[in-house]
Design a protein around this ligand. Structure first.
Ligand SMILES: NC(=O)C1=CN([C@@H]2O[C@H](COP(=O)(O)OP(=O)(O)OC[C@H]3O[C@@H](n4cnc5c(N)ncnc54)[C@H](OP(=O)(O)O)[C@@H]3O)[C@@H](O)[C@H]2O)C=CC1
Ligand SMILES: CC(C)(CO)C(=O)C(=O)O
Length: 312
C-alpha cells in the first residue's frame, strides 16, 4: 500500500531518498526552504548520479511542515542543529498518527525528537548514501551505496515499519527492516565518526586516509573508541567491529569523503559536536578514554560554526 511520505529537508539525504521515491511514483511531499526551494519551484528537483538522473516535479515540494497537510510517515533529514526546531513543527502531524523517522547521523536524535513528540510516533532509521546539494535545486549522488534501514525501537516487525521499507521497492535504494535498530544506528555511527573524523581532520578522501599508516591508525582508533563508548552504553556492538569497519573502508571508492568533509571544505557549519564531540562527551560521562576523538574535536573546533574569521 502506498504511504504518504513527507520529507523535511530536501538536501543530500532527504532530496535523494525522497526524490528517488517520488520519481518512482511514490506519494512524496518534500519540505524545502530558501534558494533550494525557489530553484525546485522553478525547475523541479534534479537528482543526478551513478544510479541515473531524474527530475522530481515542483508540485512535490512545499515551503513548510504546515503545508504538508497529511502524512503517514515523516522522514527527518535536516542537519543535526535543526532537529529540535523541526520536531516542534512536527507535533501536529505526529499527534494525528504520522510516524516520525530520523535519517540523520548521530546517536542522540531519538532523545532530541522525544522532547517534542509522542514516544509512540518514533521509529528508528539509518541511511547510507553520499549525496550533496551541488547547487540550489540539484542533488548529486556521489556513487557507492544507497541504503535505508528502518526499525521499531522495541524490535517489533510492525505493519508500519514493514510497509515503510516496502515503499522503495523498485525505486533504486535498498530498504530493509531491522529488529535491532539501536545497534544499527550505532554501527553506522562507528563508521561515520571514523570517516568524518579522519577525512575532515586530514582534509583528504578515504583513499589517501587509508593509504597512509598514520591516518589509517587514526581512523581505526577513532572507531575503536566509538565502539568502546557504545558498549559502555549497553549497545551490543561486537568488540572487533572497528577492525571490521576498517576492512569495509578499504572497499570504498578512493575519492569518497564524509559529508562533514564536504561541509568543512565549503565553509559550512559542522556536525562535529554530535560526532567526535559526542564520543568525547559520552566517553567522559562513562569513564571511557577517547583521546583521539577529543583531539579531533579540539582541532576542528574553530570550524564548527563555519569557516573561522581570519585572525585580526
Ligand atoms: N549528505 C550525506 O551524504 C549524508 C548525510 N547524512 C546525515 O543526514 C542529515 C542531513 O544531512 P544532509 O542531507 O547532508 O544536509 P543538507 O544540508 O544537504 O540538507 C538539509 C536541508 O534541510 C533544509 N532545512 C533545514 N531545516 C529546514 C526546515 N525547517 N524546513 C525545510 N528545510 C529545512 C536545509 O536548508 P538550509 O540549507 O537553509 O539550512 C537543507 O536544504 C545529517 O544529519 C547528515 O549527517 C547521513 C548520510 C549521508
Ligand atoms: C559516511 C556516509 C557517506 C555514509 O552514509 C555518511 O553518512 C556521511 O558522510 O554523512
Amino acid at each position: 500500500m502506498d504511504m504518504r511520505v513527507a520529507v523535511v529537508g530536501a538536501g543530500g539525504v532527504g532530496g535523494y531518498f525522497g526524490g528517488r521515491l517520488a520519481a518512482a511514483g511514490g506519494d512524496v511531499m518534500l519540505v524545502a526552504r530558501g534558494r533550494h526551494l525557489e530553484a525546485i519551484r522553478a525547475n523541479g528537483l534534479s537528482i543526478r548520479g551513478a544510479a541515473g538522473d531524474v527530475t522530481v516535479p515542483p508540485g512535490a515540494v512545499v515551503p513548510s511542515v504546515d503545508a504538508v497537510g497529511r502524512a503517514d510517515v515523516v522522514l527527518v533529514a535536516v542537519k543535526l542543529w535543526d532537529t529540535e526546531d523541526v520536531a516542534r513543527q512536527l507535533r501536529p502531524l505526529a499527534e494525528s498518527g504520522a510516524a516520525v523517522v530520523s535519517l540523520q547521523n548521530g546517536v542522540e536524535t531519538r532523545e532530541a525528537l522525544r522532547r517534542h513528540l509522542p514516544e509512540e510516533s518514533l521509529l528508528g532509521g539509518v541511511c547510507y548514501v553520499s549525496a550533496v546539494i551541488e547547487q540550489p535545486g540539484v542533488v548529486v549522488h556521489r556513487g557507492g551505496f544507497q541504503k535505508l534501514v528502518f526499525g521499531e525501537y522495541d524490535g517489533r516487525r510492525s505493519e508500519r515499519v514493514v510497509e515503510l521499507a516496502a515503499q522503495w521497492a523498485g525505486a533504486g535504494p535498498e530498504a530493509e527492516v531491522s529488529t535491532d535498530i539501536t545497534r544499527m544506528i550505532w554501527e553506522k555511527f562507528v563508521f561515520l565518526v571514523g570517516l568524518s573524523a579522519a577525512t575532515t581532520a586530514v582534509r583528504q578522501p578515504i583513499g589517501v586516509v587509508r593509504g597512509d599508516a598514520g591516518s589509517r591508525a587514526l581512523l581505526l582508533d577513532v572507531m575503536r573508541e566509538t565502539v568502546a563508548v557504545g558498549r559502555a552504553r549497553g549497545v551490543a556492538l561486537d568488540p572487533s567491529f572497528a577492525d571490521e569497519r576498517l576492512a569495509f573502508c578499504d572497499t570504498l571508492p578512493p575519492d569518497m569523503a564524509a559529508s562533514m568533509h564536504h561541509d568543512l571544505t565549503h565553509g559550512n557549519r559542522l556536525e562535529l559536536p554530535w560526532l567526535s564531540g559526542a564520543v568525547a562527551r559520552l566517553g567522559a560521562e562513562l569513564g571511557v578514554p577517547t583521546p583521539r576523538n577529543s583531539t579531533v574535536a579540539d582541532i576542528l573546533s574553530p570550524y564548527v560554526q563555519g569557516a573561522p574569521a581570519t585572525a585580526g
